[in-house]
Design a protein around this ligand. Structure first.
Ligand code: WTA
Length: 656
């Protein structure tokens, strides 16, 4: 998202005061900010009491930049805090998940008691397959309950999950498996999307051709499609999990035991394995879920409409909600599986009280028209959340008026894979909300907006968002690459965490996020690096060079625009250019994922470069967004960029 665009969004004067009706019953009281500010580390130590400790910690933060530990001398088992404790304390009959299938009419109800049984059985099955403490296990799954059973069973054994989004290609999967040396994979035969079965297992088979150290693949049967089978390596879930004992005695692990790895795009072609450890992460996931979503476990029906393949699914479908012991909706399908009214059907049928989703989805629902949600009773909703990218005020207002009945507070939550949990957000019932603003740091968190020199900006000014003190759920690093961890986050502004986001403080001092300031793009809330897509493009035989930029897009926030020069072989020479562009778009989808498919590919005889040979991405972004071109004097050949701008005008774009 470009700064110019957001500047136009800033609408500082429109604010919604917290409703008194909400404030009266809110989990957080206004004094919480002061209490936490007095001694943030002690405050977080208090919050850690939300977990079921075997040995309570006597320490909180140990900080040796960039390395933090939290609560290090305590011991616990993450799955016990999520599951066993609720059963032990008499809440076993409460529904943990109302699972709703892609197909209408198919659903499952999973109580905490059921969850406990399934997690124990899955843990026993994984033990039988040889999973031990510290092993890495890849999870490549659709949105089915078994994905959650697997994640919790893995951490129950002290092993580490690396969930790879089911939409990623075989190549993306194998590079992630290799990077963290996963020895096991949990997957399914396929997934349903709008009633159509799409296979997953073939991608695993393909990926594992280059991962010889994977010894076992556990496969859930979901679509009943044909699958290839490697005896001795592949095991059906129903064969091996179902026959296990319902009892599994959990071991207690030190607080800093690694919990999971989640790959995310950085500014290079190689995704980073961001890893999180147990107690700090769980404490902040649970605390933020409690306060930001104001959850009332006895009465709420919470729906985080995200995929477990991303950090939002980890923190706000699995860990945060389960530590709080809430009832959730878990939905397998797309917003229009079975029709464009599917979400509203689900909300009214289950009486959802909290909905958390991404601005892209809100903009899509908005395009479909307010008449669709209007036909449903959405009065059960009491709080709405948004995450993943800046939300434009139009979408925010639409969400508030058409979904929230002009009564539900909206929490615009800023955070990242690396931060593990929410850092900036309004607190419902306490903080005013403004359409498009994340407002302020949560209690116990310190952020600032700084200029190029690292000095805090005045109200009314923009700069870079930094975090100025360590927080419990901060990533403990990039798997296998401590130097990259320091360089990426801790070297730009000494002593501060550099998030990579632009931000602005308005005249009231409230915080607005302006989008990435690096080469990371945000496509429908999914992070992708420009270099990653360029890398995929130059991997195609016809491509000589590629430059990729993220251009603003009405629906997806940003969309990928690629500028490509060709080295045509005899085979490609005769191809129609449009056919070649289509081939390149599909090529990127198959190398990375359909989410990385460029909206537009411009074939050009040359790319604009500085005299030192660097591609001038800034100019290409201007071209892609139809802006007037800035200073081109540093270019070797200023005519190139005008020529490309000319090509943009004449080529039709395709946008599926
Ligand atoms: C962006 C997703 C504006 C931001 C949880 C960040 C946001 C990146 C917001 C992290 C928000 C996330 N307003 N921008 N409320 N939330 N972002 O790692 O650019 O997939 O750096 O984590 O998304 O994306 P990630």
């Amino acid at each position: 998202m470009t700064e110019t665009r957001i500047e136009a969004w800033l609408d500082e004067d429109r604010a919604f005061a917290p409703s008194t009706e909400f404030s009266a019953q809110a989990n957080a009281q206004p004094s919480i900010y002061e209490e936490a500010a007095k001694d943030p580390v002690a405050w977080w130590r208090q919050q850690a009491n939300r977990l079921a400790w075997d040995v309570a910690p006597t320490t909180a933060l140990e900080w040796d930049l960039p390395n933090a530990t939290w609560f290090a001398d305590g011991t616990l088992n993450a799955s016990v805090s999520c599951v066993d404790v609720h059963v032990r304390e008499g809440r076993g009959a409460r529904v943990a998940f109302h699972w709703v299938a892609d197909a209408e009419g198919e659903s499952r109800t999973i109580t905490y008691h059921d969850l406990h049984r399934e997690v124990c059985r899955t843990a026993n099955a994984l033990l039988e397959l040889g999973v031990k403490k510290g092993d890495r296990v890849a999870v490549y799954m659709p949105m089915i309950p078994e994905a959650i059973f697997a994640m919790l069973a893995i951490v129950r054994l002290g092993a580490i999950h690396s969930v790879v989004f089911g939409g990623f290609s075989a190549e993306a999967l194998s590079s992630r498996i290799l990077d963290s040396d996963c020895r096991f994979v949990v997957t399914a035969d396929g997934a349903f999307r709008r009633g159509v079965a799409s296979p997953l297992k073939p991608a695993v088979d393909e990926a594992l051709k280059s991962c010889p150290d994977v010894t076992a693949v556990l496969v859930v049967q979901r679509t009943r499609g044909e699958v290839q089978w490697t005896p001795g390596r592949d095991y059906w879930w129903h064969d091996i999990v179902q026959r296990q004992s319902d009892v599994h005695q959990p071991e207690s692990f030190p607080a800093e035991t690694p919990l999971f790895i989640m790959y995310t795009s950085g500014t290079t072609a190689k995704p980073k394995g961001i890893f999180h450890t147990t107690a700090g992460y769980l404490t902040q996931a649970a605390t933020t879920y409690h306060y930001v979503f104001d959850v009332k476990p006895e009465s709420d029906v919470c729906w985080t409409a995200a995929d477990i393949g991303w950090i939002t699914g980890h923190s706000y479908i699995v860990y945060g909600p389960l530590v709080n012991g809430v009832t959730q909706i878990m939905y397998e399908g797309l917003p229009d599986s079975g029709g464009r009214d599917r979400w509203w059907k689900i909300i009214s049928q289950y009486g959802a009280t909290i909905l958390y989703t991404a601005p892209t989805t809100i903009r899509t629902l908005m395009k479909w028209g307010h008449q669709i949600p209007e036909a449903f009773d959405l009065s059960s909703l009491r709080l709405l959340g948004t995450v993943g990218e800046p939300i434009n005020p139009e979408a925010w207002m639409w969400y508030r008026q058409n979904i929230g009945g002009d009564r539900c507070p909206i929490v615009d939550t800023w955070w990242q894979t690396e931060t593990g949990a929410i850092l900036c957000s309004p607190l419902p019932g306490i903080t005013a909300t403004k359409p498009g603003a994340a407002m302020r740091a949560l209690p116990g968190i310190s952020v600032a907006v700084v200029d190029d020199a690292g000095h805090e900006v005045e109200h009314g000014q923009g700069g870079y968002l930094v975090v100025t003190a360590p927080w419990p759920s901060m990533t403990r690093g990039i798997w296998g690459d401590p130097a990259r961890f320091f360089d990426t986050y801790w070297s730009r502004f000494p002593g501060k965490y550099f998030a990579g986001d632009g931000a602005k403080l308005d005249s009231d001092g409230d915080l607005w996020l302006l989008g990435r300031v690096d080469d990371v793009m945000n496509i429908s809330g999914h992070r992708l690096s420009t270099t990653e897509v360029e890398h995929a493009l130059v991997g195609h035989r016809a491509v000589a060079e590629a430059a990729v930029v993220g251009a603003s897009d009405e629906t997806t926030g940003q969309a990928i625009v690629a500028f490509v020069t060709l080295k045509l072989s005899a085979e490609d020479m005769n191809k129609d250019q449009a056919a070649l562009v289509e081939e390149l778009r599909s090529h990127v989808a198959s190398v990375i994922s359909p989410i990385a498919k460029p909206r537009q590919i411009i074939l050009t005889p040359d790319l604009p470069k500085t005299r030192s040979g660097k591609i001038m991405r800034r100019l290409l972004r201007d071209v892609a967004e139809n802006r007037s071109l800035g200073d081109v004097t540093t270019l070797t050949d200023p005519t190139v960029v005008n020529m490309i701008a000319g090509l943009m005008d004449t080529r039709a774009s395709s946008d599926d």
